[in-house]
Design a protein around this ligand. Structure first.
Ligand code: G
Ligand code: G
Ligand code: MN
Ligand code: NA
Length: 253
């Protein structure tokens, strides 16, 4: 059977799993998590979302799949908080096709209501390309989400468009610096200067900054010294199942 056929079955029968990658502050305390889809197919084995998300975006499955991830992640975050964990955000990736779907805002608000997660704890990650898509619709959707208190992040920052003028206008709370800009900062003065410039710029715009793909202590130290607020990457942890993620939150309120 084709990957696409199996994907359809997996989405309809909810055979996927949501894993959680921690995001920590400068002290290494877990602030929150990024929800990341994982799929183990009986024929194709472990299939990366980098492979199946583009298929789901083409055939429309991304809408039910994305709604399912959103519901899982919000329910999990709300549950962790009920258990007394201090958790300040749950980040969920959102594709262009989801954002432009006319029911998206309604689905987000209904999910928050059903799970009881405060909107300020939900962080939606969108790429630069998605954010600046120029249907007026997109901008309205983003403004509306912000009005309801939901947080927005620019994912893979620095890999998309070269014009930065949009940054001042978008209702964005956080920049996630793509891991391509973190690689090598402990060895290359040029790489380090570039990432420091990105952090300075984000700070001057009053944006929170997450560095992605942080793989060792030296990188983390350099980023924190440069003013980066939040760290994500294999140095802290890869994405893990909910139960393991729950154990990473040491602090109780
Ligand atoms: O975890 P990593 O290999 O696992 O993810 C690969 C890519 O798939 C990343 O670009 C990530 O943003 C994307 N991805 C993972 N989970 C989701 C999801 O639930 N929705 C969307 N739209 N993208 C996802
Ligand atoms: O596009 P997005 O940022 O959502 O993608 C997240 C992807 O990055 C996932 O595939 C995740 O597994 C991967 N990832 C997370 N931390 C690291 C890291 O420290 N190093 C590398 N190479 N990949 C990472
Ligand atoms: Mn992401
Ligand atoms: Na990213």
């Amino acid at each position: 059977m084709s990957l696409e056929h199996n994907l359809r079955t997996a989405v309809h029968e909810q055979l996927m799993e949501v894993y959680y990658q921690p995001i920590v502050d400068a002290m290494g305390l877990v602030l929150g998590f990024e929800a990341l889809l994982r799929w183990h197919d009986s024929v194709h084995g472990q299939v990366s979302p980098a492979q199946f998300i583009p298929i789901a975006e083409r055939n429309g499955l991304i809408v039910p799949l994305g709604n399912w991830v959103l519901a899982q992640a919000c329910a999990q975050a709300a549950e962790w908080r009920r258990q007394g964990n201090k958790l300040s955000k749950m980040s969920v990736n959102v594709s262009s096709a989801q954002l432009s779907h006319d029911k998206f805002v309604g689905v987000v608000l209904a999910t928050l209501k059903e799970t009881g997660l405060p909107p300020e704890l939900l962080d939606l990650e969108l790429t630069e390309g998605v954010m600046i898509e120029n249907h007026g619709q997109t901008q309205q959707t983003l403004e509306l989400l912000r009005k309801f208190g939901v947080r927005l992040s620019i994912d893979d920052f620095g890999t998309g468009y070269s014009s930065l003028s949009y940054l001042r206008e978008l209702p964005v709370h956080t920049l996630k610096i793509d891991r391509a800009f973190v690689t090598d900062i402990e060895h290359s003065i040029e790489a380090r200067t570039l990432v420091e410039g990105m952090i300075d710029m984000a700070r001057s715009l009053n944006l929170r900054i997450v560095a992605e793909g942080v793989e060792n202590r030296q990188q983390m130290d350099i980023l924190i010294a440069a003013g980066c607020d939040q760290i994500q990457g294999f140095h802290i942890s890869k994405a893990v199942p909910a139960e393991a993620a729950g154990r990473l939150m040491a602090v109780k309120e």
